[in-house]
Design a binder for this molecule. Structure first.
Ligand SMILES: [Zn+2]
Length: 109
């Protein structure tokens, strides 16, 4: 029984199918991070086009409607800071004054 299946695996056509599958798997491994990076704007946590639309003095809800909800929110250092973090080196921070208006836009690599 096992002799039959061993022989089936060793058929040349089986090997070429396996090679093709390996090739497909390898290209998926290589291409997935690239497509993710393209999707998220070359590794930025928000799209640069959207970030350019955020202006000083905007309200929190205006910022949220453009960039979405922040990944992190803190007022530990004084002003309220919204942080958008990517899986890469890049961080975008939006700071708000006490009235909830944008006072600083920081895009750090
Ligand atoms: Zn960036």
């Amino acid at each position: 029984m096992s002799e039959t299946s061993d022989r089936a695996i060793q058929r040349p056509t089986q090997w070429s199918v396996r090679g093709l599958l390996l090739l497909v798997a390898a290209s998926a491994i290589v291409l997935t991070p690239i497509s993710l990076m393209v999707r998220f704007g070359n590794g930025h946590p928000v799209s640069m086009r959207d970030l350019a639309r955020v202006q000083m003095g905007m309200s929190k809800s205006e910022v949220q409607s453009i960039l979405g909800s922040p990944d992190d929110e803190t007022d530990e250092y004084g002003p309220l800071i919204w942080t958008y973090a990517a899986f890469t080196w890049c961080i975008v921070r939006i700071s708000f004054d006490q009235d909830g208006r944008v006072i600083e836009i920081d895009h750090d690599h």
